[in-house]
Design a protein around this ligand. Sequence first.
Ligand code: MD3
Ligand code: FE
Length: 214
Amino acid sequence: MIQPDLDLFGPAPQQLAAHTVLLPGFAVAQTEPLLDALRPVLRAAPWRHMLTPGGRSMAVALSNCGALGWVSDERGYRYSALDPQSGAPWPALPPVLLALASAAAAQAGFEGFVPDACLINHYLPGTGLSLHQDRDEQDFSQPIVSISLGLPAVFLFGGLQRSDRPQRIALNHGDILVWGGEDRLRFHGVMPVKPGVHPRLGERRINLTLRKAG
Ligand code: MD3
Ligand code: FE
């Protein structure tokens, strides 16, 4: 007999705040198409450690695809149409990423999300991201969609003030997190990734954040 409560569609979406939704495993079935799409992107725009405005090298390695890419150097943070390393435009947003991001956004209540930037973060074990706000985008009414791949991480979900005590939320391979509205400017970060080996991605975590930057 088929178990009547067998959940064929994976765990239900979790509303973490008024306009923040965690979609557990939403991207798992797209793992191979996503990795196939990322390979040429990272060949054209390889991982690099950018400098903070303070002149320190970031622990997270990053790259971008889309019309705009997030860059950081001693002059500050901004979005740029060109990869400063190659002088060329960033690689285009792969269609599989666009489709997945707009499906996830719609599932979370944000219809018609059309990102123009994807920041790709690479974490080795021991690497984290300190508490910050994402405020370099033009239009804070648009959500951000985050896709996690590889090793699990604990993300820190803070408030609108840096001093608000953050909640700790587990992000696993294939999870998608969508946040917008009044949650768009919450402080957030990532705890240092614990050592481990992911069966598909090995000793790394990759996070893709799709944004409407321009
Ligand atoms: C939004 N990346 O690139 S994304 C970033 O996992 C960035 O690489 C992280 O922050 C990463 O700017 C986190 C998911 C996330 C986590 C917590 C949040 C987004 C959030 C809390 C408030 C708003
Ligand atoms: Fe961020």
